[in-house]
Design a protein around this ligand. Structure first.
Ligand code: GRA
Length: 385
């Protein structure tokens, strides 16, 4: 299946898969049932370089590229959908924008500790009344002398309650609309920041929460990139985090297929293993084909980014849309095939099913991805900028 991947990336897959077998799979159900964030496993991933494939070597990354990072995210997610979230929070949504737009001081201060997993990152875009309609955000950062004063509420933020640092999107000059948004690197121990966990249906080992900023004073050096260029940075960052979500979705889908195949070959009814029944075969065939197609879309988008076309919006949205829908479809197949055992929380499929629903929503819902694709295909609004 991997014949067109380089030998180096195939070796990465094998190493990550071995790591997941040893360090994640034996514990994943315990972490999930306890809603535990496995910081130890994440630090191990950091030490092995898994959080830095798209980060330059001078800041502790391996600079292997988006294809490598996608394969890593896929294999980790195959073991735990929750742990896929770190690829967005540490890597694509936090370290990468700092690496691309930060000053050398910001890069040195934040990136190495995020890459090793010593520090935890979050990025804060969504608000209670600004989800799909991202431009409607209300968070404001007002310049007062040498200090920005940040006010607003962000919600559904992965790692909100445990992050050391957050990349926060806010309007600095709201009258200028799209030209008035800016981005800040916020140390989460600043005065005026409170967080609260949000209970949710799945991804139990990945804490999600609300962040309230109340008159939070930020020195001017907290600004990431240039003031007023936040929208460009926002869409560019989403374009990278969406790929990680898509890669994670392929991993969840593959884990569902693995469980369904295993069960088909083990379970006997009417005197034969249930993989001999055509209704199950049809579901397995469609699921396996869709996973392969989703994987190729992810790898193609990743390969384009590695070739320099980083803001490949159309192809990234296609990968995000198809992979995330595939994860839910295949989770449904696995649930049907395992039936009562699929519904049992003692088997992994129930967890995978719950986690699969999340990737359809995060990083822009499937409908938002379809909108981006359609407007690009119709020539109404270019996705790749
Ligand atoms: O022309 P202008 O100066 O007015 O600027 C507009 C446009 O040129 C402005 O944004 C600019 N723009 C872009 N700039 C650079 C638009 N797209 C791009 C781009 N790709 N690059 C507004 O543009 P517009 O066309 O009027 O935008 P819109 O119609 O308001 O919205 C577009 C769209 C629907 C695509 C957007 O709102 C969107 O992407 N919404 C989804 C938001 C989203 O994905 N949120 C996810 C938050 S993060 C998250 O979920 C974390 C989860 C963590 C995890 O677990 O993984």
């Amino acid at each position: 299946m991997d014949t067109f991947l380089s030998e180096e990336i195939r070796a990465v897959r094998e190493a990550v898969s071995n790591f997941a077998q040893k360090e994640i799979l034996p514990f994943v159900e315990i972490w999930d049932s306890k809603h535990q964030y496995p910081s130890g496993a994440i630090k191990k991933m950091g030490l092995l370089g898994y959080l830095g494939a798209i980060i330059p070597e001078e800041f502790g990354g391996t600079n292997m590229g988006f294809l490598a990072q996608s394969v890593i995210a896929e294999e980790i997610s195959r073991a735990s959908g929750s742990l896929r979230v770190v690829f967005n929070c540490q890597t694509a949504g936090v370290s990468l924008p700092i690496a691309r737009y930060g000053t050398s001081k910001q890069k040195e201060k934040y990136i190495p500790a995020l890459v090793t997993g010593e520090k935890t990152g979050a990025f804060a875009i969504t608000e209670p009344n600004s989800g799909s309609d991202v431009m409607a955000m209300k968070t404001r950062a007002t310049l007062d002398g040498e200090t920005f004063v940040l006010n607003g509420t962000k919600t559904w933020i992965s790692n909100a309650t445990i992050a050391d640092v957050a990349v926060v999107y806010a309007y600095t000059e709201p009258d200028k609309k799209a030209k008035g948004m800016s981005v800040f690197i916020v140390d989460m121990d600043r005065q005026g920041i409170t967080t609260k966990e949000i209970p949710k249906m799945g991804l139990y080992s990945a804490p999600t929460g609300e962040i309230v900023f109340e008159d939070v004073k930020l020195p001017k050096e907290s600004l990431l990139g240039n003031a007023g260029e936040g929208v460009k940075m926002l869409f560019s960052s989403l374009n990278q985090t969406r790929l990680m979500a898509a890669a994670g979705a392929v991993g969840i889908a593959q884990a569902c297929l693995d469980a369904a195949v295993k069960y088909c070959n083990e379970r006997s009814q009417f005197g034969q293993t249930i993989g001999n029944f055509q209704m199950n075969q049809e579901q397995i065939a469609v699921a396996a084909t869709e996973i392969e197609a989703a994987r190729l879309l992810v790898y193609r988008a990743a390969d384009q980014k590695d070739g320099g076309y980083v803001n490949n919006g159309r192809e990234t949205s296609m990968a995000k849309y198809f992979a995330c829908e595939t994860a839910s479809r295949v989770a449904e197949v696995a649930l049907k095939i395992l039936s009562a055992y699929g519904y049992s929380t003692e088997y992994p499929v129930a967890r995978l099913y719950r986690d699969a629903k999340a990737v359809q929503i995060v990083e822009g819902t499937s409908n938002i991805q379809k909108m981006i694709i359609a407007l690009d295909v119709l020539g109404i609004r270019k996705a790749g900028r």
